[in-house]
Design a protein around this ligand. Structure first.
Ligand code: MTE
Length: 326
């Protein structure tokens, strides 16, 4: 059992948490085993220790060297990251997506590129997977509800895709439309949100190298409940900005109308940058609980400005009033 104090955080169930360096060692070990053709036995043992829902296969990735891409915080156990989810198309309870998302059909899958771009069209998943080399990045992810996780994602910067489709000069925003299929998603049609779930970023946010188009996590293909086969991860923003199961990427001149902003504009702004100094109208945003860290009894930790990515992204918001642009 590993007992470790990280940045002053007290992990009450230390055996539940895999510190980042141990996680990295395990990955290197697995990569070496794979290279030596010895993986079958050990991978099976690893999979048994943490049962995976659905069929997963390893993604070929290298560890990112991008500044800010490797959080050194303890990595959240896979079992928490894949069973405590928000994916309202499968229900509003955090346990529903892991139980219900097996109905999501992730192949064939196409992502349509639309709007103000020189090269609109449809990209199938295979094209997307080949578009740029995959990287693993360990990101802190902070949910607007006050909990957080640390997840090793696999993907590449969204900027790689954007550069290939050549946005026009008047494209100021990027809109992400996600799948809304009532046949496979039982809560599509419910009144909790308007469907499809739509999110958006300003062009410079979308082009920021930290904005990741993700296809996997923990070195494997994304489980359905985490947004398979392709989702966004924007680590300095509240989790709801990271749309799951994306089917359309649209380039627009005006700010997209996003799902949570349409549902409650005074509570969920377009920017939604993690900001401990700007409270949600109904609760403080100054601290958070790490999921896997002792459940509701876990000690809270301080939330960091831009979720700890201020050095990388702070300049995107220079001169903006962040209490108005929340
Ligand atoms: N994407 C879609 N399509 N539907 C959703 O309900 N929930 C968002 C975001 N993306 C959501 C979504 C919210 S509120 C959060 S916190 C994150 O997904 C959760 O991602 P995770 O389950 O992989 O941690």
């Amino acid at each position: 059992m590993l007992i470790r104090q990280d940045q002053g955080f007290d992990h009450s169930i230390a055996s539940e948490i895999t510190p980042a360096h141990v996680y990295a060692q395990r990955r290197t070990f697995l990569q070496q085993m794979a290279a030596a053709g010895m993986l079958a036995g050990s991978a099976a043992a690893w999979a048994q220790a943490t049962p995976r829902p659905g069929k997963l296969s390893p993604l070929n990735s290298r560890v990112s060297t991008l500044p800010g891409a490797q959080a050194t915080d303890a990595v959240t156990p896979y079992k928490n990251a894949s069973t405590y989810n928000n994916f309202y198309e499968f229900g509003t309870d955090k346990s529903y997506p892991a139980q219900a998302a097996h109905t999501l059909k992730t192949q064939p899958w196409t992502v349509e590129i639309e709007g103000l771009v020189k090269k609109p069209g449809k990209l199938n998943l295979e094209d997307l997977l080949k578009l740029s080399p995959m990287e693993e990045r360990i990101y802190r992810m902070r949910c607007v509800e006050g909990w957080s996780m640390v997840i090793p994602w696999v993907g590449y910067s969204l900027a790689e895709l954007i550069k290939k489709v050549e946005p026009l000069g008047n494209a100021k925003y990027v809109e992400f439309v996600t799948l809304a299929d009532p046949k496979t998603m039982p809560y599509v049609g419910s009144r909790v949100l308007s469907w499809p779930y739509v999110e958006g970023l300003r062009m410079d946010e979308a082009m920021h190298p930290l904005t990741l188009l993700s296809f996997g996590m923990y070195g494997e293909v994304l489980p359905n409940q985490n947004g398979a086969p392709v989702r966004l991860t924007v680590p300095w923003k509240y989790g709801f900005k990271s749309g799951k199961s994306i089917v359309k990427i649209r380039f627009t001149e005006s700010q997209p109308a996003t799902a949570w902003n349409k549902a409650a504009a005074h509570e969920y702004g377009f920017y939604s940058n993690v900001n401990p100094n700007v409270d949600h109208p109904r609760w403080s945003q100054a601290s958070e609980r790490r999921i896997g860290d002792g459940g509701l009894l876990a000690k809270k930790v301080k939330t960091l400005m831009f979720n700890g990515y201020e050095a990388q992204v702070g300049q995107l918001y220079a001169g903006m009033d962040l209490t108005k642009n929340f």
